[in-house]
Design a binder for this molecule. Structure first.
Ligand code: 2P0
Length: 343
């Protein structure tokens, strides 16, 4: 009996994928289950276009350990998280091969630009192909969530919602696309105010917040109303409504984290100056609002015609090291082998 020809991707057990970071407009902060990485709240994000992570993975029976290279250098600090993600893929495939993972970002890692979102989304998409798993996008989103919560959202492009879910096993906590990038092509201007890795990662920050912030329950109780408002703003392409609810969610998340013990202060002076500048622009009629994650970078979201003026205004602020402008992008996807990881 002749067996079916094995596709290349199975024979080499190698694949490469690209994913873009996403920026939450309605924020994720807090976990209801640490082991399964289930959130206490739902969240809503936009996937970016021109920032990316490219990740190549090769499973190889000849290897005796997993290895992880980031931007061409061994990164043993992140290896445990990467290996945990590989374990999830191996468990789905029923194999035990170790793997070599090579990843590259075209933006600073670990500084509040969602590198774990794009990184783990790219690894799941590449691993799914390399092991011939044929997982649905929903299953890929669930696996990505277990590696890093926000990675669940970077499986999809455009406007994306990640459901909190209620099931203990997490099978209903996954992302889904709400609206394509082209359906409302807003732009994002990122003001980079530090290129250092942040001192306190999101997981540690969320856990400290849950243990010590007196606002945790109010945060959980008020999230669904914010999601309802944001979904309506998207459906109506109502920029003002999206601006109001997004700034509210951002400031509420930071208020929650600031009230932890010790307080989590992710902003620097330039971040705050950028916030004032964005507010002044908006008061003067420019369609722009800000959002900030667990790091000092400010992301200004604007209508396309305002992007150049917003970028110019942020570039003038002392302490802004760089300004990156991007549109909204598509889903994580496989890329051809000839596109080099370090391209
Ligand atoms: C978000 N952040 O919704 C929020 C807002 C940061 C601030 O998702 O612990 O790196 O790996 O699930 O995904 C960053 O959190 O955290 C994040 P883990 P992750 O974008």
């Amino acid at each position: 009996m002749s067996s079916k020809p094995t596709p290349d991707i199975d024979r080499t057990r190698r694949a490469q994928a690209q994913a873009q970071p996403n920026i939450a407009l309605i924020k994720y902060w807090g976990k209801r289950d640490l082991a399964l990485n289930l959130p206490v709240v739902g969240s809503l994000s936009i996937t970016l276009e021109s920032l990316w992570t490219r990740t190549a993975v090769q499973f190889d029976p000849a290897l005796d350990a997993d290895t992880f290279l980031l931007d061409g250098r061994r990164d043993d600090g992140q290896l445990r998280r990467v290996a945990k993600c590989l374990d999830l893929l191996r468990a789905r495939a029923g194999v035990d091969y170790r793997a070599k993972v090579e990843s590259s970002n075209n933006f600073p890692t670990g500084a509040g630009l969602a590198s774990s979102a794009s990184g783990f989304a790219a690894l799941i998409v590449a691993g799914n192909a390399a092991l011939g798993l044929n997982l649905s996008l929903a299953e890929q989103s669930i696996l990505a969530r277990r590696c890093s919560g926000s990675a669940a959202r970077s499986i999809f492009g455009g406007y994306v919602e990640w459901s909190c879910g209620t099931r203990a096993d997490g099978t209903d906590s996954l992302a889904r696309p709400l609206l394509d990038a082209d359906a409302w092509p807003l732009r994002v201007v990122v003001a980079i105010t530090s290129k250092k890795e942040k001192a306190i990662g999101s997981t540690e920050g969320m856990n400290r917040t849950a243990d010590t912030s007196p606002y945790q329950q109010a945060w959980i109780d008020s999230q669904e109303a914010d999601l309802v408002t944001a979904r309506a703003a998207l459906a109506q392409r109502d920029f003002e409504a999206l601006a109001d609810i997004s700034e509210h969610s951002c400031l509420k998340m930071h208020a929650l984290a600031l009230a932890a013990k010790p307080g989590l202060l992710y902003w620097n002076a330039a971040t705050v100056d950028c916030m004032h500048r964005v507010r002044a622009l908006r008061a003067a009629g420019v369609p722009v609002f800000f959002t900030i994650d667990a790091g000092p970078q400010l992301k200004a979201v604007c209508e396309p015609q305002a992007a150049a003026a917003v970028a110019a205004a942020l570039r003038e602020i002392p302490g802004v090291l760089d300004v990156v402008e991007t549109g909204l992008g598509g889903p994580a996807q496989l890329i051809a082998a000839h596109q080099q990881v370090a391209a």
